[in-house]
Structures are given as structure tokens and as C-alpha cells.
Design a protein around this ligand. Structure first.
Ligand code: ADP
Length: 153
């Protein structure tokens, strides 16, 4: 099954909606394969957001991402990368569709509640960045046959 990285950002922790956001992934039928709270550092954010490093707002994003600890999650499921991105919504919460996490919980382009990997390739890189192999669990949750048809997994 495909795996993707989700980060519950300080905007989720600070507003005390982490549980609600986790619950959305669970209710969708996705599998939580790894989860822990960590404090992000300047070094790891330079790596994680390397594509934004030249933007004028980069120092602000970094400060925002280090404002509280975050929760990092490995989420598994068929087509998990695309499914989680769709649930997340577009970057700016004001433009994100209602029903998406950002659309329902964010009014901001920066304080947008979650990070989700944008491709299968990046998901692997990002999971390796935040998790040791032994922190990601391979187990079969109850009721998998109610989440998928036999030929889907
Ligand atoms: P996404 O998180 O949707 O994949 P990006 O990788 O482009 O989007 O940006 C990473 C994060 O940087 C965003 O989630 C957001 O928190 C922040 N960010 C991106 N663009 C802006 C912006 N123009 N102003 C403020 N923050 C931004």
C-alpha cells in the first residue's frame, strides 16, 4: 500500500484541532502507520522546504513551523498520496474548497493546518526525513474488507 507524510502544523496544535484532523483521516479509511510529536528545527525545515528557500516569506514560514511541536504521521492506503492531497485542499485556506481540511479550518496561505506530500517520490523522501524505519508499522487493521474490495488491494 502507498504511504504518505502528513504534518499537523503548529496551526493545528495551537488551535487544538489535531484530534479532529486525525479523525478525518481515520474516518476516510486511511491507515495510521506511524505518528509522533517532534520539534522542527531550522536545519530540517531548510531541507523540507528547499523549494521555497529563496522566497521573501521563507523566514516567516520557518518561524511559524517552529512555533510549537508538530505531529508527523505516516498514512497508508491505496493511492494515499493523491487521496490525502485531495483531502488537504489547495495551499491557501481562503481558496481551498469547503470539505477539505484547509477549506474547513484555515483562513490563511501560511497557517494552513497540514502538510501533505505532493508525489509518491517526495513522500518516500519526506518519510525518510522524519521517521526511522522501525517507527513505521506494517499491520492489518480490523475491517479492511469493509474499506476495499478484494481486487483493490
Ligand atoms: P503546499 O503546502 O500546499 O504543498 P508549498 O509547498 O508551495 O504548498 O508551500 C509550503 C508551505 O509554505 C505552505 O503550506 C504554506 O504554509 C507556506 N506558504 C506557501 N506559499 C506561501 C505564501 N505565499 N505566503 C505565506 N506562506 C506560504
Amino acid at each position: 500500500m502507498e504511504a504518505t507524510l502528513v504534518i499537523l502544523k503548529p496551526s493545528a496544535i495551537g488551535r487544538a484541532i489535531a484530534g479532529e484532523v486525525i479523525s478525518r483521516f481515520e474516518k476516510k479509511g486511511l491507515i495510521i502507520a506511524g505518528m509522533k510529536m517532534i520539534q522542527l528545527t531550522s536545519e530540517i525545515l531548510d531541507e523540507h522546504y528547499a523549494h521555497l528557500i529563496d522566497r521573501p516569506f521563507f523566514p516567516r514560514i520557518k518561524a511559524s513551523m517552529m512555533a510549537t511541536p508538530v505531529v508527523v504521521m505516516c498514512i497508508k492506503g491505496k493511492d494515499a498520496v493523491q487521496v490525502v492531497r485531495a483531502m488537504t485542499g489547495v495551499t491557501n485556506g481562503r481558496n481551498a474548497a469547503p470539505g477539505t481540511i484547509r477549506g474547513d479550518y484555515s483562513m490563511s496561505g501560511q497557517e494552513n493546518i497540514v502538510h501533505a506530500s505532493d508525489s509518491v517520490e517526495n513522500a518516500q523522501i519526506e518519510l525518510n526525513r522524519f521517521f526511522k524505519p522501525e517507527e513505521i508499522f506494517d499491520y492489518t487493521p480490523e475491517g479492511l474488507n469493509y474499506r476495499y474490495a478484494n481486487d483493490e488491494i
